[in-house]
Design a protein around this ligand. Structure first.
Ligand SMILES: [Fe+2]
Length: 405
């Protein structure tokens, strides 16, 4: 009986991994609007939580972005603990340190407050709480938290302070292990945040370039899910809304970061794009960006902006009808155009976005000697993704050469 257990469990997990295409994740409860962060402590208490761990980074603490939240905790007399050591790419050590802080302070919920890194770290801390016998890297992969029968899961609250990653609505946390020079994803339905706060006031201080590259990331989530075969009618609605809202509002928030109405639209668009990412997954753009960004320490959205037009051009006729529909959505088409012409117009709109907001279209850091490793990583990451057209090494190399410039 025993020798069968492992293969059976693995088969069950694989089946469930692919069921991610079919089963929509649980819905989160949204708390929305300017100043909504101040309502979070009361919501946390209403869930029966006694003491949450707030997971964030030192920069946001220094900017005093959490002061409103802390004041609201104090106002209702609720205690909390803070872990502010999250690094831009959250590491295994970040998760372990935060987990120790959680256990040492008798916490019973996590609040991920910040960009994708803080929210991902908080989600994986919740995974560690459920599976105290597994190390952070052992949680990597699919459904290590929910199988077998899980212990009680802490409530997970997510508060994005950028409009781009969509991490507030995905069921995964990306963790880096600098000692092994690897990055892996902890995927599990259980890690889907239960409550999300979309407070645009928290994004008012984002600098223009950061605003642009995070918006480019959100755009890629909405479009990659739209043109892949994992899309469905519901995800299409979210994709089209996100694409329209991003193109309509990027200019105003880039030029005036304090434009609250524009920031609200961008935050909502990023959330919609995150819903698409969770339900329809990505295509080739993200595997390129993950590997290149990790290797050369470049911001995710900056690499996405360079990669996206080239990958979409590669897809050619396999994605032109869907990309053409997005050209209609943002009004860069006219009825006489063919699908291919409309798709080209949409790709040109992405290039225009890059040019307008200073996102470089080449990546001079790329080294030809790294191409084999990059291609290998892209092929592996793409295995579960419902891409419109499959690349071989030659295709990947051709794109890398164009990216190098
Ligand atoms: Fe992304």
């Amino acid at each position: 009986m025993m020798p069968l257990r492992k293969p059976l469990l693995r088969a069950l997990k694989t089946t469930m991994a692919y069921s991610m295409y079919l089963i929509p994740p649980q819905d989160s409860v949204l708390l929305q609007g300017p100043g909504s962060i101040k309502k979070l402590p009361a919501l946390i208490r209403a869930q029966g939580v006694r003491k949450p761990l707030v997971v964030t980074d030192a920069v946001l603490m220094e900017l005093k972005l959490l002061d409103g939240l802390f004041a609201a905790f104090d106002a209702i007399g609720m205690s909390y603990t803070v872990y502010d050591g999250v690094q831009p790419n959250p590491s295994v050590d970040n998760v372990e340190d935060a987990y120790r802080r959680y256990q040492g302070n008798g916490c019973d919920a996590v609040v991920g407050f910040g960009g994708g890194s803080s929210m991902d770290c908080a989600k994986v801390v919740a995974g560690r709480v459920v599976r105290p016998n597994l190390t952070t890297d052992q949680l990597g992969g699919y459904f290590k938290v929910m199988l077998p029968i899980p212990k009680k899961l802490p409530r997970i609250f997510a508060v994005p302070t950028t409009a781009g990653t969509g991490a507030e609505t995905t069921s995964a946390g990306v963790i880096t292990d600098p000692k092994k020079n690897t990055k892996y994803t902890v995927n599990d339905f259980l890690l889907h945040p239960h409550f999300i706060v979309l407070d645009p006031e928290l994004t008012l201080g984002l600098p223009p370039f950061f605003t642009a590259i995070t918006a480019m990331d959100a755009l890629s989530h909405a479009v990659e899910g739209y043109i892949g075969s994992g899309h469905c009618r519901e995800s299409d609605i979210y994709s089209e809304a996100a694409v329209r809202m991003i193109f309509e509002n990027i200019d105003r928030v880039y030029k005036d970061g304090k434009d609250l109405a524009g920031r609200s639209q961008m935050l909502l668009a990023s959330y919609y794009a995150g819903v698409v990412l969770n339900r329809a997954l990505t295509g080739y753009v993200h595997p390129f960006a993950h590997k290149i960004g990790g290797m050369y320490h470049l911001p995710h959205g900056r690499v996405i902006g360079a990669v996206m037009p080239l990958v979409f051009e590669y897809y050619g006729s396999s994605a032109s009808r869907r990309l053409g529909r997005l050209a209609d959505v943002i009004n860069v088409s006219h009825p006489d155009m063919s699908d291919a012409q409309k798709a080209a117009a949409f790709i040109e709109a992405i290039r225009g976005f890059n040019r307008a907001y200073g996102i470089a279209e080449t990546i001079p850091e790329l080294k030809e000697s790294d191409f084999a490793e990059i291609a290998h990583s892209i092929h592996w990451e793409c295995i579960p993704y419902p891409v419109p057209k499959i690349m071989d090494d030659k295709d990947v190399y051709a794109i890398l050469r164009r990216l190098k410039g």
